[in-house]
Design a protein around this ligand. Structure first.
Ligand code: ZN
Ligand code: ZN
Length: 348
């Protein structure tokens, strides 16, 4: 396989092919999904986990936060609104990107996961609008959403992700799919966290707890998404060893490092006036996160190994995540592309 040749946009139904696909890309697949006949049965567990996380914004009554809003300082209000719309702008990218990937992935069970993730991103996006509409009048909501577009640092951050996403849109090659996956992990697994930290910091002071509840639901989803994407990439690499090159592993380390730098830079700007969040500690936290993402990909730590320096950001603990996630590589795939010990994919 040439990793620089665009993937074909496959027909919806190919009755001559098996229902169980022969590959996640370039596979033969009828397009008919029978969950009892799939190449990676563990995908079904993940699908169930994603569905069991289902929530929607309106389930959370914002009354308490509405009452507390006026008690926040002007700085807290400003940061609150800026972070809210910046997070919304990230989620806005994810919904269509997940749908786009579906057109080129040839395994129907993976397509189903991308569909569920896209749906969840739409819910996240709506929840930011919902929070904003509870707290400020429409003209300010609009202004804040525009602010998220024009902020130069937000733009710079988004560009790392957008370059990879747009490359795949223009030229959907396996190589670009790989790069898209890496940057999706940067977005969901690193970029969200200065924002999350701010809301949890308010919650530590018993402020805006309804917003924090919503944020913790979003975080729970994002942890699953980043985990899924890491699994997806590992399967992609193991089925397509042409992608598993030193240059591509370098690409992962470099882009994760860049995401960490941009996240630190953003935290220093957006959180600088917030008392009680130690920015040196937050820098270490982003490094801790990056190491975790790399290990999920079966790669090495890029930064010094350390304990979680900000455990209060984790409303949903790693232990809880471990209960809900399934390790695709513990249960060996029943059919195609067995994962071997030598590919370094044993650590999760
Ligand atoms: Zn999201
Ligand atoms: Zn996500």
């Amino acid at each position: 396989m040439d990793i620089h040749i665009p993937l074909p946009r496959i027909k919806l139904l190919n009755p001559d092919f098996p229902n169980k696909s022969t590959g996640i890309i370039n596979g033969q697949s009828s397009g008919l999904l029978n969950w009892n006949d799939i190449a990676y049965p563990q995908i079904y567990d993940l699908y169930q986990t994603l569905l069991s996380n289902f929530w929607k914004a309106q389930e959370i009554n914002m009354q308490d936060d509405i009452k507390q809003w006026d008690l926040l300082s002007a700085t807290e209000q400003d940061v609150f609104l800026r972070i809210n719309t910046q997070l919304a702008s990230l989620d806005s990218l994810q919904t269509p990107t997940m749908f786009q990937v579906m057109d080129y992935v040839t395994d129907s069970s993976f397509k189903a996961i991308f569909a569920v993730i896209a749906q969840q991103e739409a819910v996240h996006n709506e929840s930011y609008s919902y929070i904003l509409s509870s707290l400020v009048p429409i003209h300010e909501q609009k202004e804040r959403f525009n602010q998220a577009k024009s902020d130069p640092l937000v733009r710079k951050r988004n560009n790392l992700i957008l370059d990879a996403y747009e490359s795949f849109r223009k030229n959907p090659t396996p190589q670009h799919l790989f790069q898209l996956g890496v940057n999706s992990i940067n977005l969901e697994g690193i970029y969200f966290y200065a924002g999350f930290a701010f809301f949890y910091h308010l919650a530590r002071q018993q402020k805006m707890l309804k917003t924090s509840t919503m944020i913790s639901y979003i975080q729970r989803d994002e942890m699953q998404h980043a985990y899924f994407m890491a699994q997806f990439l590992r399967i992609l690499l193991s089925e397509n060893p042409e992608l598993y090159t030193e240059a591509n592993m370098d690409y992962v380390y470099k882009s994760v490092e860049q995401a960490v730098q941009l996240e630190k830079e953003w935290a220093h700007v957006i959180l600088k006036d917030i008392e009680g969040i130690n920015l040196d500690e937050y820098e270490k936290y982003t490094e801790y996160l990056a190491n975790k993402r790399l290990r999920q990909l079966g790669l090495q730590n890029l930064f010094k190994e350390r304990e979680n320096p900000m455990p209060w950001i984790h409303v949903f603990s790693d232990e809880m995540m471990n209960e809900t996630k399934s390790d695709f590589f513990e249960q060996k795939s029943r059919t195609y592309a067995k994962v071997t010990q030598s590919n370094g994919f044993d650590e999760l």
